[in-house]
Design a protein. Structure first.
Length: 81
């Protein structure tokens, strides 16, 4: 899988959805695998901005993904967000 640099919560949701689909897992199956309701999986994929980190880490684990934090690369614009 490709590595992605995320700058918004919505980008995270899109990455999670794409990975889930890549693995051919339904939202229902994903939820069952990580003990989260299907509606919560949908909400996280659509807008994870109000989601607790614990839930995000549950989804990451269920999709065999990890979060990497590193110093930001220099950017040309003043706003990334």
């Amino acid at each position: 899988m490709t590595e992605y640099t995320l700058k918004t919560p919505q980008q995270l949701g899109a990455i999670l959805r794409g990975r889930r689909r890549e693995k051919a897992i339904t939202q229902q199956a994903m939820g069952e695998a990580v003990d989260i309701r299907q509606a919560a999986v949908s909400q996280i994929e659509n807008d994870p901005s109000n989601t607790r980190f614990a839930r995000i880490f549950q989804i990451l684990s269920g999709l065999d993904l990890e979060l990497v934090v590193r110093p930001r690369r220099p950017v040309d614009s003043k706003t990334d967000w």
